[in-house]
Design a protein around this ligand. Structure first.
Ligand code: 3HC
Length: 336
């Protein structure tokens, strides 16, 4: 008898014993053991409702950030200064769309449908990153988004490759590789501009001035005001706190700014030898919460563009479904 899972006794019909379902407490112990051992929770594993809910919240917000993040840069595709820059930007914006797809798929494994997530986004109930509610005024903004916004995103996302939820962690590996290309293309575009005319250099400095503080706020509220952090870290979803990631980002970015030849717009920014880190000034958290709560400079425009794209794409979704149904019918006929 070839079998891997049953111990079949010789000479008789096997009697399959019903395995009693473990009680919730046992399931919780198993879950905690996996988390404590730094293992992975997979979609079919039992998980506490609150863990599932937290993951759906974070992954869907992340997915929304990716697809809303396509909009500020998408505005510059038709105005890129050369064919090379246009090709790079098209590829980058497409990558962001792909990141959205991996993340929506990861969230779907937790039992939430894509329609539910889109509905939350389009009705304004869902959050997405504050950073995408600011305008991209010049071509230098596109470079700065690559260097600083994608740079901040990578800093936050590398630890997510070790997230305790398997599908999210695995999706993040590819996302981070692509984000790393995004960061480098932005920095390289800025390096090129900084070797240009005084006007081009001023344009880069102006973009850095406008984006710097918003990028620091992107990491989320200070640890003391972050309601989700303690539990998120206990569950191995978050690995590094908001403040620690922010500090790492500042420390990594200061030397890059020096090479680029730009000034970071913070008079309080200086090396603190005692701490072994850079000190930096106070972030405007009132502005951050205004933006998160829907009152930033571009919140309405971003949401309206997103909803319009969704409505304009209805015929594509309908056609894809009709095609899939046709294929399925054909397969059934062939199999019959
Ligand atoms: N923008 C909007 N909302 C934010 C925010 C931001 N920058 N930072 C925090 N918040 C929200 C949180 O979502 C939370 O709201 P909720 O409880 O209603 O969901 C509230 O502020 C309190 O924040 P917490 O620190 O307690 O929340 P978290 O523990 O979830 O931490 C986070 C926030 C660090 C953003 C975390 O959710 C995370 O790491 N998410 C995954 C990464 C992500 O979403 N990045 C967004 C940018 S992706 C991107 O930029 C695309 C790339 O192409 C550039």
């Amino acid at each position: 008898m070839y079998t891997q899972s049953f111990n079949v006794p010789d000479g008789g019909t096997p009697t399959l014993q019903a395995v009693p379902a473990p009680a919730d407490a046992d399931l919780q112990v198993r879950f905690d053991t996996v988390i404590d051992a730094d293992g992975k929770i997979e979609p079919r594993d039992w998980m506490p409702d609150a863990y599932r809910k937290t993951l759906v919240r974070q992954i869907s917000q992340h997915a929304h950030s990716e697809i809303v993040g396509m909009l500020p840069e998408g505005n510059w595709i038709s105005r890129a200064p050369s064919l090379k820059r246009k090709a790079i930007l098209v590829a980058k914006v497409q990558d962001e769309g792909g990141h959205g797809l991996y993340l929506y798929s990861a969230a779907e494994t937790l039992g939430t449908s894509r329609d539910q997530m889109f509905d939350a986004l389009h009705s304004g109930r869902a959050k997405y990153s504050s950073i995408f509610n600011y305008p991209t005024l010049t071509w230098a903004d596109v470079g700065v988004i690559g260097w600083l916004v994608d740079g901040a995103a990578i800093m936050n996302q590398i630890p997510l490759c070790r997230c305790s939820y398997g599908p999210y962690a695995r999706a993040m590996i590819r996302v981070c590789k692509e984000e790393s290309f995004h960061q480098r293309q932005g920095y390289e575009a800025l390096l090129t501009m900084m070797q240009g005319t005084p006007e081009q250099k001023a344009m880069v400095q102006d973009a850095v001035n406008r984006w710097w503080w918003k990028c620091l706020a992107m990491f989320g509220p200070p640890d003391a005001d972050s309601p989700n952090s303690v539990q998120g870290m206990r569950w191995g979803i978050k690995r590094i706190s908001n403040d620690d990631l922010r500090q790492k980002f500042v420390d990594a970015t200061v030397p890059q700014a020096e090479v680029l030849g730009v000034t970071l717009p913070d008079p309080d920014l200086k090396w603190n030898a005692e701490r072994g880190h850079h000190d930096f000034g106070a972030i405007d958290w009132d502005e951050f919460w205004q933006v998160v709560n829907g009152n930033g400079p571009c919140n309405q425009e971003r949401l309206a563009t997103r909803v319009k794209a969704w409505e304009n794409g209805a015929w594509v979704r309908e056609a894809a479904l009709a095609h899939a149904r046709k294929q399925q019918d054909r397969q059934h006929q062939e199999a019959a």
